[in-house]
Write a protein that binds this ligand. Structure first.
Ligand SMILES: C[S@@+](CC[C@H](N)C(=O)[O-])C[C@H]1O[C@@H](n2cnc3c(N)ncnc32)[C@H](O)[C@@H]1O
Length: 185
């Protein structure tokens, strides 16, 4: 699906729903995902320390962020309503922005991650731009999680493990049709 507007509208609507449950705002309500457990696995995979500066791209309302303990956390998301909710509930530094065009200087953050968002991107070119941005902004390591190989939704952009040759590849945390990749820089 080349059109960006479909998912953008979905996430804008999601952020306007009348709930204070961050997992629900971030779209996990109909999944088997244990968000607290996923956050713990990302912390382990990236070796996030209490002194680290961490950027989460496509951070939503903070479903994962609520469980991440680090020196400085910054989030970015393209849904203005979810950015508002994230700030309202967690008081984190969260900016409105797109994954393929981030405003930060090179190597601003020790660790950079993006979970549960790459399948909402419009095409592979956009995904490549986003990967380059994550790598550019990170000093030590990058993690991208929840990349679908197949999906029940035809609107989801799909990925191939073969395209991540230099990356460490692991199984999806809650969905066997998905995988994660990480890179030490
Ligand atoms: C399933 S939620 C995941 C949120 C958070 N990472 C978590 O796991 O709790 C997907 C998020 O990706 C965001 N998103 C999707 N495409 C994006 C893009 N191109 N740029 C920035 N944010 C995007 C959506 O607005 C939404 O907040």
């Amino acid at each position: 699906m080349e059109d960006m507007t479909y998912w953008k509208e979905v996430w804008e609507r999601k952020g306007n729903s009348n709930t204070s449950c961050l997992e629900e705002l971030d779209g996990y309500e109909d999944t088997t995902a244990n968000v607290k457990e996923i956050a713990a696995q990302i912390v382990k995979e990236l070796d996030i320390k209490e002194t680290d500066r961490v950027l989460e791209v496509a951070c939503g309302a903070g479903g994962l962020a609520q469980y991440i303990n680090c020196g400085e956390y910054v989030g970015v998301d393209y849904s203005t309503s979810l950015v508002k909710k994230h700030i309202q509930f967690l008081n984190n530094s969260v900016l409105h922005g797109e994954a393929n065009d981030l405003i930060f200087k090179d190597k601003t953050f020790d660790k950079v991650f993006c979970f549960g968002a790459f399948h909402y991107f419009p095409n592979q070119e956009y995904a490549m731009q986003a990967i380059n941005e994550l790598k550019r902004i990170a000093k030590e390591a990058v993690f991208i999680g929840d990349l679908p190989v197949t999906s029940h939704r035809e609107e989801h952009l799909l990925y191939n493990k073969k395209d991540f040759k230099d990356w460490n590849i692991t199984d999806g945390y809650y969905n066997p049709c998905r995988f994660n990749v990480s890179l030490k820089l």
